[in-house]
Design a protein around this ligand. Structure first.
Ligand code: NIG
Ligand code: FE
Length: 426
């Protein structure tokens, strides 16, 4: 008999997202959720020790005296969401830009007029670590209540060495505090700061020669990201930054082809990036290059929605081409102010025509691959972290179909109940 300190019984659907493989899911594999109907799961010391049909539970698992039993009868159980692209740490907010866009100004026009990323940079540079932490903690509590148990978090609102290090240290502290596990990304090349407007190339040099070596030496980031966009960093500059990062042990990822077709997707393939993100304007050639290099497309339909860009990334073409697709919030104060993965999944279905099963794969196992967490998160399998959600819904389709509400009833992280009915449990 297997001993367990946590048991989840009687799920109408237990979405395992298994069997695991040595690469993210692509093509038709994205529709396979590995569903066990009338399923049960057991965990001990934070790890999954057993899962299978509820009818086998009694003969296979022995609950320890202090074990917790969660009744999931008639409900859906799935892995905790992995949000593989967030700008979690920032000071202030930019609701003024929201109204300006409604009146017809574009994201880039607002940035050129003194808003945009550099407005948040000004606020973040002067904020204390304690203030940044307090603001991010609130966002993390919201994420958790809506089912996110692991997330990526970027720097990129400092744009000077000390402020970038400050952001990455805040991310490290928040990760250590838990319960949401955070994977840090250095994004010194998020924008050209105002003091380098006349000489952007000098800023690229600063990122390459000063910031990257220091971030690497202090082991503050696993990934390096770049905003490769017209008027921000060119393909050539982005590639140079990412190759320098690679040489220092940071894995590349790219904000690519978000607002124009600059060739960011093809560049991501050239440098063997783990992911290329956004991709609204990615060309056929870029998509083909990503498929053959195995670059994961991290799609952020919340941003297209929030900026009312009038188009979405071509998820169907990417899936057909064999590109593994993941979904993320892009949570940030300028282009997508939401912590909600369920909302992103719903937009992915209605606007990019992803099937609910594909969207769930993209928000769990493929999202875990997108941030290198595939060995511990993203699926329910023996040996993996017991990070799971109980949805107040009889099947997985409700997650995308019933939108604008929180169906996540219970959130379990490392075998502990950490949120219930929208509230953080401490
Ligand atoms: O992913 N595109 C660049 N960076 C963010 C926006 C950040 C901001 O506006 O503050 C994005 O959309
Ligand atoms: Fe982003």
């Amino acid at each position: 008999m297997i001993q367990a300190d946590l048991i989840v019984e009687g799920a109408a659907e237990l979405l395992t997202l298994s069997p695991s493989s040595n690469r993210p899911r692509r093509g038709d594999e994205m529709q396979d959720l590995g569903i066990i109907r009338q399923g049960a799961l057991a965990a001990r010391r934070g790890k999954i020790v057993w899962l299978g049909p509820a009818s086998d539970l009694l003969t296979s698992v022995k609950p320890l005296a202090f074990s917790r039993v969660i009744d999931a009868y008639g409900k859906t159980v799935l892995p905790g969401f992995v949000d593989p692209h967030t700008h979690l740490v920032f000071a202030g907010s930019r609701e003024n830009e929201f109204a300006m866009r409604i009146k017809g100004k574009s994201y880039m026009e607002i940035a050129a007029a003194g808003g945009g990323i550099n407005a948040t940079v000004a606020a973040t540079r002067t904020a204390s670590k304690a203030d940044l932490q307090a603001q991010a903690r609130k966002a993390l509590d919201r994420m958790l209540a809506m089912g996110t148990t692991t997330a990526e978090a970027k720097s990129g609102y400092g744009l000077e060495l000390d402020a970038e290090l400050k952001m990455l240290e805040v991310i490290r502290t928040l990760h250590e505090e838990g319960p949401v596990a955070l994977v840090p990304t250095f994004m010194g090349a998020h924008e050209v700061p105002p003091e380098y407007r006349q000489d952007p190339e000098a800023y690229v040099q600063l990122v390459v020669n000063r910031m990257l070596p220091e971030v690497s030496r202090r082991k503050l980031a696993r990934f390096c990201d770049v905003f490769c966009e017209a008027g921000v960093f060119s393909v050539e500059q982005s590639e140079r930054i990412l190759r320098a990062a690679q040489a220092l042990g940071l894995e590349p990822r790219v904000h690519a082809d978000e607002l124009t077709d600059l060739g960011g997707a093809a560049m991501a393939a050239r440098v063997n990036a783990r992911t290329a993100d956004h991709l609204l304007f990615a060309s056929d050639e870029g998509i083909r290059a990503m498929a053959s290099a195995g670059v994961i497309a991290v799609l952020l339909p919340g941003t297209a929605y929030f900026l009312h860009l009038g188009r979405y990334a071509r998820a169907r073409d990417m899936i057909a081409a064999g590109v593994p697709v993941a979904l993320a919030t892009d949570f940030n104060p300028g282009s997508c102010m939401t912590e909600s993965m369920p909302l992103i999944l719903s937009i992915a279905c209605t606007q990019m025509r992803m099937l609910p099963a594909e969207a769930i794969t993209a928000a769990t196992i493929n999202a875990a691959w997108a941030i290198g967490e595939e060995d511990c998160a993203g699926s329910l399998e023996v040996g993996k972290q017991a990070d799971l959600l109980i949805l107040d819904a009889p099947n997985h389709e409700h997650l995308c179909y019933h939108f604008g509400v929180n169906l996540v009833q219970t959130v379990v992280k490392n075998g502990k109940v950490v949120a219930e009915r929208g509230q953080r449990v401490r």
